[in-house]
Design a protein around this ligand. Structure first.
Ligand SMILES: Nc1nc2c(c(=O)[nH]1)N[C@@H](CN(C=O)c1ccc(C(=O)N[C@@H](CCC(=O)O)C(=O)O)cc1)CN2
Length: 300
């Protein structure tokens, strides 16, 4: 079997188009422009790229964008004061603090300082609790993107066996909640899981989110299963020349693609959906803030 490639880049473009349509309607019919504020602390090169990309795409869909770049040694009190200001600014509908933060900052404290209704990352403890109890929440962007691709590919996920490899707060745990919400039978596997290969072999859906390059080989995959690769790992690529590198996921792409029914590539799979879903969440937050109906198909 050769897997169907789920093209996250193309799918993300369709999500951004839908977002742009909603933004245009909000402007025309209600005189409201959704706005997203992104906060970056420090100079992590990958974070700088992601934040730039978020700002550019926010503007492209017609929303207001603010980038707040703070020095790496910014005191926690200054960051909290900025978040407080953004919480109280009615033009700002979404706030995102780019992760990871420099070591001296308490990530939980910072995230929980964001007003839950503006927490477009869905990381605030209130949103985590709402999602876990099946209530309306802001949903973390990467798992939301994975869910959208799975629903698009399968239609209903009801009754499917899903294994999520990885138990992070950002991806693994919310992904499991979303799959459960769509009536999958969900297993969360992790570094201490006994006989991981056997657990993964039972799955109709495998979501790999461990951050270990090419950890999942093709012989762990049930023939015909759908593989969603959340990993984005940069590895040395001497074959491309001295000092060169390339991106790989958490699954060994070629061997998994030979067995799976469908698979997301890296790059061009889950990654682009993360930013598209951030824009979708900002429109959702804006609609909720203004008591307007939420855009269909852009939430969980
Ligand atoms: N506050 C947050 N911080 C972080 C999040 C997040 O959702 N919220 N996620 C990641 C980084 N991230 C967005 O912030 C992100 C990662 C990757 C991509 C992406 O499109 N990747 C491309 C490849 C890019 C490359 O060439 O390096 C792909 O997979 O095709 C977008 C966003 C951590 N921090």
């Amino acid at each position: 079997m050769t897997a169907t490639v789920i093209d996250g880049k193309a799918f993300a473009a369709t999500v951004r188009e839908k977002v742009a349509g909603h933004v245009a309607r909000l402007k025309e019919e209600h005189g409201i422009t959704p706005g997203l504020a992104v906060v970056l602390v420090g100079e992590d090169p990958a974070s700088q790229v992601y934040v730039r990309s978020k700002g550019k795409m926010t503007v492209e869909v017609g929303m207001n964008s603010w980038e707040h770049k703070l020095d790496a040694d910014t005191p926690e009190a200054d960051l909290l004061a900025l978040i407080d200001r953004l919480n109280n600014d009615p033009a700002v509908h979404g706030i995102l603090v780019q992760l990871p933060l420099p070591k001296h900052l308490d990530e939980d404290l910072v995230i929980n300082a964001i007003a839950p209704a503006k927490d477009v990352d869905g990381f605030h403890i209130s949103n985590v609790g709402l999602l876990g109890t099946g209530q309306k929440s802001m949903v973390p962007c990467t798992p939301l993107g994975c869910l959208m691709m799975l629903r698009d590919h399968h239609g209903s996920l009801s009754g499917m066996d899903a294994v999520v490899i990885g138990r992070s707060n950002i991806v693994g745990k919310p992904m499991a909640q979303l799959l459960l919400g769509d009536s999958c039978t969900v297993t969360i596997a992790h570094s201490r899981t006994k006989d991981l290969a056997e657990v993964v072999r039972r799955a109709d859906i495998v979501v790999a989110a461990v951050g270990r390059p090419e950890m999942v080989p093709g012989d762990w995959i049930k023939p015909g299963a759908t593989v969603i690769d959340v990993g984005i790992n940069r590895i040395d690529a001497p074959e491309k020349g001295e000092g060169k590198s390339r991106l790989v996921g958490d699954v060994a792409y070629d061997s998994c693609a030979a067995v799976a029914g469908a698979i997301t590539p890296v790059p061009g799979g889950v990654g682009p959906m993360t930013i598209a879903c951030l824009l979708a969440n900002t429109v959702t937050a804006c609609c909720r803030a203004n008591g307007l109906p939420e855009p269909e198909g852009l939430t969980a």
